[in-house]
Design a protein around this ligand. Structure first.
Ligand code: ATP
Ligand code: MG
Length: 231
């Protein structure tokens, strides 16, 4: 049996309990030996949006995974040249592991349904098991349709295994994770409005956000208004 390693990519701007709880459930039900959170260093999909500096996102991830026996971080996308393309990341991970492992790529249904906009997206299915996390606002039926239309009509649902199988490509696992309507977008908005994010992120992450004054609009920072804040 090859070792099963999970990989969850994202901007993690910031990491929240939606990421952590669904990763926990996926690790448990897929029998993962460990799970790597891989923050995107140069996200191709969010070039115009202002993303927090990698260092802050990384530090919050460190705080979030520090006590977990299976959760790890990888800065591979910072080390790889150019934009952060998942296909290249998975290829590199496979090279580094000398093919002794099988990778399980965790992706939310929202991102999965946009996979056809990712660079060389077909190859993802040659590199890793695709594990799709459900998100409350997205229809689960969309997965079946998307898979057969955009990836391959040869994917077939296997009731016994509980995944879609394919004669040549890796299986696709729709996960029955807890529905958690938490997103980083909402957290950034709440913080910028001076509202609480308690119970949406870990206490350590909440403290870090407050301490570094992240996601706070300049004009709403009292110290900045008074010209006292050093950034
Ligand atoms: P943003 O709102 O900035 O896009 P996000 O909450 O979607 O942030 P990302 O860093 O974009 O977080 O997500 C990383 C991965 O985790 C994606 O595959 C995404 O679909 C998934 N994900 C994020 N939040 C949840 C959630 N609450 N439940 C299940 N999957 C999630
Ligand atoms: Mg997202």
């Amino acid at each position: 049996m090859p070792r099963r390693i999970g990989v969850m990519g994202g901007t993690f701007d910031p990491i929240h309990l939606g990421h952590l709880r669904t990763a926990e459930e996926a690790a448990e039900c897929l029998g993962l030996e460990s799970l790597y959170f891989i923050p995107s260093a140069f996200p191709p999909h969010k070039p115009d949006k202002k993303i927090l500096a990698f260092e802050h996102r990384w530090r919050m991830l460190e705080l979030a995974v520090q006590d977990h026996p299976k959760f790890r971080l990888s800065d591979i996308e910072l080390r790889l040249p150019g934009k952060s393309y998942t296909v290249l990341t998975l290829q590199r991970l496979l090279d580094e592991s000398r093919n002794e492992v099988e990778f399980y790529f965790l992706v939310g249904l929202d991102a999965f349904l946009e996979l056809n906009t990712w660079w060389h997206y077909h190859e993802l299915f040659e590199l890793a098991h695709m594990c799709v996390l459900r998100r409350p606002e997205y229809r689960q039926e969309g997965l079946d349709e998307f898979l057969k239309t955009n990836i391959s009509p040869d994917y077939r649902w296997n009731e016994d295994e509980g995944f879609y199988e394919h004669p040549r490509l890796f299986p696709v696992h729709p996960l029955r994770n807890t529905h958690l309507g938490i997103s980083s977008t909402r957290i950034r908005r709440l913080v910028s409005e001076g509202r609480s994010v308690r119970y949406l992120v870990l206490p350590e992450v909440m403290r870090y956000i407050a301490e570094k004054r992240l996601y706070t609009l300049e004009e709403s920072r009292p110290d900045v208004k008074r010209g006292k804040c050093s950034l």
